[in-house]
Design a protein around this ligand. Structure first.
Ligand code: ZN
Length: 204
């Protein structure tokens, strides 16, 4: 999830400098077929206790996330790893400041949402893997999650409010779902209307 379009754009430019690969559904007026296939695939659990490959995937994802000061969260498929792991900010959503402290983000390995509670809320969401668009998505305001933490300990957590939204967005990525599968109303810039019209008509 992103905080806003401007930041997402800035970050993509910086990413190119760093030669980091971020998987996206489309690029400049064309669909990225291969990346789309991976992003839309359901991920595999990391075996617990974690093996060397699992630990490496977790580390790679966390490091990629820490380099992205605009990302509220990042899921493994977004960097081309089809494994069930995600990392996201757990506070300071609005200030766009880079995350440095371990306490300021959560790592969830093999997360499962076990309960959806409370009300639902509709809000616009952006996603680094869906450049240039925002989609109106309905989410629950309270969820419970079972997962492993970064060290491989079983954890059970409750998330509320905006953070519950972030976690639902990230867990969706692990199930191969993107905001384009969730939302009804899509916003995109006027100059890219022809391209996005063709996509969203094709999909429906
Ligand atoms: Zn996303």
């Amino acid at each position: 999830m992103t905080d806003n379009d401007g930041f997402a754009k800035l970050s993509r430019d910086k990413d190119m400098e760093k030669k980091e690969k971020l998987y996206t559904l489309w690029g400049d007026n064309k669909i990225n077929e291969e990346e789309m296939r991976l992003l839309q695939q359901k991920t595999k659990d990391i075996p617990a206790p974690f093996d060397a490959a699992g630990k490496k995937d977790i580390k790679t994802l966390v490091e990629a996330f820490l380099k992205k000061d605009d990302a509220l969260g990042l899921a493994a498929p977004q960097i081309g790893i089809s494994k069930r792991v995600t990392v996201f900010k757990n506070k300071n959503f609005d200030n766009g400041e880079p995350v440095t402290n371990k306490r300021d983000y959560d790592v969830l390995v093999n997360p499962r949402i076990t309960q959806f509670r409370g009300e639902t809320e509709i809000m616009m969401e952006g996603c680094l893997s869906c450049p240039d668009i925002n989609v109106e998505v309905e989410r629950y305001t309270e969820i419970k999650v079972r997962a492993y933490d970064r060290e491989g300990q079983k954890i059970s957590k409750r998330y509320t409010g905006f953070l519950a939204r972030v976690v639902q967005h990230e867990v969706d990525h692990l199930d191969g779902k993107l905001i384009t599968d969730r939302g009804s109303r899509v916003q995109y810039p006027k100059e890219k209307e022809a391209f996005f019209n063709s996509i969203f008509q094709r999909g429906s």
